[in-house]
Design a protein around this ligand. Sequence first.
Ligand code: NDP
Ligand code: GDR
Length: 329
Amino acid sequence: MDFPRRALITGITGQDGLYLAELLLSKGYVVFGLVRGQSNPKRELLHRIIPEVKVLTGDLTDVSSLIRVLSIAGPHEVYNLGAISFVGYSWENAALTSDVTALGVLNMLEATRLYAGSDMGKVRFYQASSSEMYGKAQEVPQTERTLLWPRSPYGVAKAFGHHMTINYRESYGMHASSGILFNHESPRRGPEFVTRKVTLAVARIRLGLQETLALGNLDARRDWGFAGDYVDAMWRMLQQPEPDDYVIATGKSHSIRDLLDVAFAAVGISDWSRYVTQDSTLIRPAEVESLIGDASKAHATLGWKPEVDFRSLVSMMVEHDLANQKHLV
Ligand code: NDP
Ligand code: GDR
């Protein structure tokens, strides 16, 4: 094995990209990150948080930029995390979501194949697949073998990327693995996602900075884990002798109401009903009602287990948001 190991991460400015970069740096990797756009403000943020990352400019919709970036980075491992990842936004921007979240995967796979040339063994590929591919879930809990029935343009795009990754594995013998990750959250989660929207609002309500919080469907259920635990599973997949697909999940599901219970309780509020309103414009055209994953294969093969439970995760996020909003009081 060559040392030091070199990794290229797309989506490095996102929640998972930051945790994965920290993990790989702690293992001695040289980490390259793909950042898009001519003046992306996240570039400065990334440099401030993790200055060791070597930033390269490119875009998943521009295959020539990916070929260039791969030839500069010379990676042993490629983690394809870049995507338009907000499900709600994907209905309003379905073609753009398909370009980035579906065709972007093909672009990255093809650029990686060209980079590997006749030596397919020189690079390993990770694709960020999603539990959203199960959509109208056909089985409970969901496993690697559950039929995909996506319910949003995002879910459809992820299903394309998932099958294309399997196809590159089968067609070219590429060491390409797909992690079917269920929802994972952290203080770095974007504020458009429901967990962070709730923890930020709870902190602000507690501090007197906000009066109410408008949400959509309160009955949806998700299997929520901690992003820091989930990036470790990505790395473990690429250390296996053979590529494969793995569900990564906690095996426990909670509703949005449960999320509200735990988040408001963290600031001493037991009855949240007077603070929460329902906004019908936040109800999705087709909802994914309930997801819960069975990660037995990852437990057995990767030796992976989640460390942070739902209650600790939500409390961690509320604590973080209380601290970062305090200066506004
Ligand atoms: P984020 O939305 O936080 O990050 C998405 C990243 O993709 C950002 O760095 C963004 O860059 C980048 N990106 C967007 N468009 C492009 C483009 N055209 N070219 C290159 N990069 C682009 O997502 P997460 O970190 O939460 O998730 C990482 C991956 O895992 C995504 O693919 C997501 O779909 C998938 N996933 C996430 C789950 C979760 O619960 N978090 C669960 C299952 C799958 P910029 O910052 O410039 O916008
Ligand atoms: P999801 O996450 O769609 O599962 O995709 P999100 O947090 O956006 O929604 C979870 C559930 O909460 C309901 N909900 C609301 N959601 C948002 N964002 N805002 C609201 O106000 C609101 N009210 C209720 C939603 O209807 C939904 O049922 C995330 C993303 O990270 C994807 O990229 C990833 O692939 C999947 O998780 C697994």
